[in-house]
Design a protein around this ligand. Structure first.
Ligand SMILES: Nc1ncnc2c1ncn2[C@@H]1O[C@H](COP(=O)(O)OP(=O)(O)OP(=O)(O)O)[C@@H](O)[C@H]1O
Ligand SMILES: [Mg+2]
Length: 484
């Protein structure tokens, strides 16, 4: 319910103080009083005041100690200290601890009103500035969604068409193609942009915690549930919830999600009451959901419900004409961020970037450009590209695996461009040959190390190495690696 009057918590051992203020300023503010530090601190969470008046000198916990404790509360209300004569030292200390204003005892009620209004005005201004910043940020987020290719024009047109609808959008695309940017843009361009955008990574939260995380739980619902907690759906009320990696959601939860989608209401874990929410749902996945359905890992009814609109993001290798644009964008971004001055790549390097097949898509390109800027050296691109591509082994040439390009050396791929070929001729002293071998042995070492570290979890290893899963499988075979 909307509160009409500003609520002020007075923490003072002298009850006269809050009484005088209530008498004099009742028409402007609502006062609640705490008689000592401990009670006052509790009332900050139970009463949720807009402002606190805090006496410095109190028996038990002093005002300064209370202020120190309040500083641990995120987003605490502003504090005006009430100080007596001769407390200069305490005043200095209170300023350091972030007190907003001071009132001397004895005080004039009108003077107190002026001080309170001044602080409230500052709070309001600060909030407006931060809202403005957020708005700017959100606008720039979408304008930082780079792409001038026909494929990206289609994506952008679709985003703009569906953003302000209530349709559930399923964003699909390989890892690193920008699914999260798209989800955020859909929210920012919608009528819900003033409310929360809540992201849930279904793959990152342990299975048994996911339900409580999404729908909240009641006190005592399970061991450790000491108090009732709202879930992410409640937090996203009036806003958008982004269910990332939806393909990893356990089957049991899929049916509960379907019910929420149908009815816009649910029950907290351990609860009985239906909770109604008004939430727009956006999902993303880089998994093949049709296959998951065939394998009974994903409910088909949920799939059709989520899939009111599908937004498929092209891989970077399908829109190579965007690579120079993205390179400039990331050069700009990281030069600014790290105060560097490395704005230009040579045409040869740009060509190399364009002919690479980008298994990690835009994220991989972004990481690469970041490193170039930080180190001020574009030649590292050759190493970086080589490190994520397998040179062919002694018996393998690039043309033997035409169906998959990820293992080709120096990023040559099957979309044209030069196909590098490394032969095993010991008399071949060419740089390409020597470099190829060195890179191959380094790469073998690196892959085997990452596989050991991930306990041979190939998906995780591919993620860490920033190569596709398929390309990792080929590399394992090519290098004859095994888990024993
Ligand atoms: N079109 C784009 N313009 C600018 N930056 C982009 C673009 N696409 C992706 N990026 C950047 O690439 C990185 C990866 O993007 P994002 O996290 O949205 O990918 P994703 O598809 O969600 O990947 P994953 O499936 O691995 O979660 C981010 O830093 C993002 O800012
Ligand atoms: Mg993502």
């Amino acid at each position: 319910m909307a509160r009409i009057k500003t609520k002020i918590l007075v923490i003072d051992d002298d009850p006269k103080v809050s009484w005088i203020l209530s008498e004099g300023l009742a028409s402007s503010f609502e006062f609640v009083a705490g008689r000592d530090g401990i009670e006052g601190i509790q009332m900050v969470s139970t009463e949720r005041p807009d402002l606190i008046l805090l006496d410095i000198k109190m028996p038990g916990m002093t005002g300064l100690e209370v202020l120190e404790k309040l500083n641990k509360v995120e987003g605490r209300p502003e504090v005006i200290m009430i100080s007596g004569h001769g407390e200069t030292k305490n005043v200095v200390e209170a300023v350091k601890l972030g007190a907003a204003e001071f009132i001397d005892k004895p005080f004039d009620v009108r003077e107190v009103e002026t001080r309170i209004n001044a602080v409230l005005e500052r709070v309001k201004l600060r909030r407006e500035v931060s809202d403005l910043k957020k708005e700017l940020q959100s606008k720039s987020n979408y304008s930082n969604f780079i792409g001038d290719s026909a494929a990206m024009h289609k994506v952008k047109a679709l985003i703009e068409q569906v953003a302000d609808s209530e349709l559930t959008v399923l964003i699909r695309g390989e890892s690193g193609t920008g699914k999260e940017i798209v989800a955020r843009s859909l929210h920012q361009l919608s009528g819900r942009s003033n409310a929360a955008f809540v992201k849930v990574n279904c793959a990152a939260i342990p299975r048994d915690l996911l339900e409580a995380e999404l729908f909240g739980y009641e006190k005592g619902a399970f061991t450790g549930a000491h108090k009732t907690k709202q879930g992410r759906f409640e937090l996203a009320n009036k806003g958008t919830i982004f269910l990332d990696e939806i393909g990893d959601m356990p089957l049991e939860l899929q049916s509960k999600l379907l019910q929420v989608l149908e009815q816009q209401e649910f029950v907290r874990v351990g609860g009985i009451q239906n909770i109604h929410v008004d939430v727009r749902i956006i999902c993303a996945t880089n998994r093949n959901l049709e296959q998951a359905i065939a394998e009974r890992g994903f409910r088909d009814d949920l799939f059709y419900r989520l899939n009111e609109i599908t937004l498929s993001l092209p891989s970077l290798r399908q829109r190579k004409e965007d690579i120079p644009l993205l390179v400039n964008h990331f050069l700009e971004k990281y030069n600014k961020l790290y105060s560097r001055d490395f704005y230009q790549l040579t045409p040869e390097v740009i060509n190399q970037l364009v002919s690479y097949h980008w298994p990690g898509n835009v994220r991989q390109l972004e990481n690469m450009i970041k490193q170039v800027v930080v180190r001020g050296d574009e030649t590292i691109i050759v190493e970086l590209i080589a490190a994520s591509s397998t040179p062919a082994t002694a018996h393998t040439t690039a043309t033997q695996h035409p169906a998959h390009s990820a293992h080709l050396p120096f990023g040559a791929d099957d979309s044209g461009g030069e196909e590098a070929e490394v032969t095993a001729d010991p008399n071949d002293l060419s740089l390409k040959n020597r470099l190829g071998k060195t890179i191959a042995s380094e790469e073998k070492k690196l892959i085997s190390e990452v596989l050991t570290r991930t306990n041979w979890n190939r998906r995780k290893a591919a993620d860490i190495l920033q190569i596709s899963y398929r390309s990792l499988l080929y590399k394992i075979k090519d290098y004859n690696l095994n888990s024993k």
